[in-house]
Design a protein around this ligand. Structure first.
Ligand SMILES: Cc1ncc(COP(=O)(O)O)c(C=O)c1O
Length: 409
């Protein structure tokens, strides 16, 4: 070890800031704790046999290419198959669009932020929103501006009002980051009207829209709204997708689709980061699309997750104390719950872990504070039995805490 400690850059320092929650959740590792904290797909959805067969064939028949370096934007026939897949699922890939295959959509988030955001630029985010996106954005020191959500998704009236004020104060408005369908963490889906309004605001203030969409493919209930990418008529939406929840996260295949004029910058940057995404994974994903494996996996995932969501909703109905409420997501992997007023879910977590159940306190997902009584509950990974037992334990704990926090109790 050097005698004088070597410190990482300030940028890394802020990204790696230690998190008390991470420390508490570490305690769950290797113990028989029912965890609602992660966001892992159910391994039962992985099409193991079909992927094993595809992997063998791809290597035997296309090994020279599939095991080789490949172009930065992605393997050309895979991008073509992907464009067809997206168009057939209602995501409009236009003539003037380009697709870049990324190493999970997490990389696409990083590339978009790196490419678009200068220090001090205004980036509008939903409140609450996906924590890992917030952490990526923070690397580039933007002015993150929280826009609340309700059961119809982002409050675009608030977005417009904030955009107007910040523009008049001379801020550079740059981007709206949204997860319009089956949002993480809230599970809400943005209404058609709000989507239209969001795009109007984006046009008025010349904002890029980053539409992050890991969940719409396997929504359990019909979603009565088009993708922002499909509604976009002024070439300002970059759509991010991923195979993580519809095939396998281990393949690390995501993508960004948008106007060539924007996406070409993402491609330039990615050449500096990782040259290209795994060629082998791209070949496997391509064959999985062509053979209908992705569509079949989506169907299976939809069935499994709907059952688990319903099990969690039912158990919450039975065990959560009066004064709690929660979302009823049309898809995705999470339910967002509001404990009775006065309950601090962050302070409660160590006790929950002691009783063998974990969750993520919701306050982590808010940029502007707030959400002290909220929690994000994952239903995709635990079994139905674990869901019932975990919610029962959590409900009991919440009842005790709610009782304690009631005046005079
Ligand atoms: C909203 C959202 N965006 C992006 C990601 C990143 O997914 P991946 O990098 O596996 O594609 C996730 C993962 O859970 C997510 O929930």
């Amino acid at each position: 070890m050097p005698s004088t400690p070597i410190t990482p850059s300030r940028r890394v320092g802020s990204a790696a800031s230690s998190s008390d929650i991470r420390e508490i959740l570490k305690l769950t590792e290797g113990r028989s704790i029912i965890s609602f904290a992660g966001g892992l797909p159910d391994p039962a959805t992985f099409p193991k046999e079909e992927l094993a067969e595809i992997a063998r064939e791809v290597i035997e028949e296309h090994g020279e290419s599939a095991l080789q370096y490949s172009p930065a934007p992605g393997v050309t026939p895979f991008r073509e198959a992907l464009a067809g897949f997206l168009n057939s699922h209602g995501v409009r890939v236009a003539e003037e669009d380009e697709i870049v295959v990324t190493t999970g959509s997490q990389e696409a988030l990083y590339l978009a932020a790196f490419t678009l955001v200068d220090e001090g630029d205004v980036v509008f985010v939903e409140s609450p929103t996906y924590l890992a996106a917030l952490n990526v954005f923070k690397l580039f020191r933007p002015r993150l501006v929280a826009v609340p959500i309700d059961e119809e998704g982002m409050r675009t009236d608030v977005l417009e009002e904030k955009a107007k004020r910040l523009a008049s104060e001379g801020y550079r408005l740059k981007m709206i980051y949204t997860i319009p369908t089956c949002q993480n963490p809230s599970g809400t889906t943005m209404s058609r009207e709000r989507r239209k309004h969001l795009l109007e605001v984006a046009e008025k203030y010349n904002l890029v829209v980053l539409e992050d969409d890991p969940y719409s493919f396997f929504s359990f209930e019909p979603v009565d709204a088009e993708h922002l990418k499909t509604m976009d008529r002024s070439g300002r939406v970059i759509y991010l997708g991923t195979f993580s929840k519809i095939l396998s996260p281990g393949l690390r295949i995501g993508y960004a689709v948008g106007p060539e004029s924007l996406v070409s910058h993402l491609v330039q940057v990615r050449q500096l980061v990782d040259l290209h995404s795994s060629t082998l994974s791209q070949y496997i994903a391509m064959e999985a699309i062509r053979r209908g494996v992705v569509d079949r996996t989506v169907e299976r995932a939809r069935r499994i997750y709907r059952e688990k969501r319903d099990a969690m909703l039912e158990a919450m109905e039975e065990y959560f104390p009066e004064g709690s409420r929660w979302t009823r997501p049309a898809g995705g992997l999470f339910i967002f719950a509001y404990a009775p007023a006065g309950v601090d879910t962050r302070a409660m977590l160590p006790e929950a872990v002691k009783r063998g159940v974990a969750y993520v306190p919701g306050s982590s997902f808010f940029v502007d504070g707030g959400g002290a009584n909220t929690m994000r509950l994952n239903f995709s990974y635990p079994s139905v039995e674990q869901i019932r037992e975990g919610i029962k334990r959590l409900g009991r704990l919440l009842s005790e805490k709610a009782g304690q926090s009631r005046p005079g109790a």
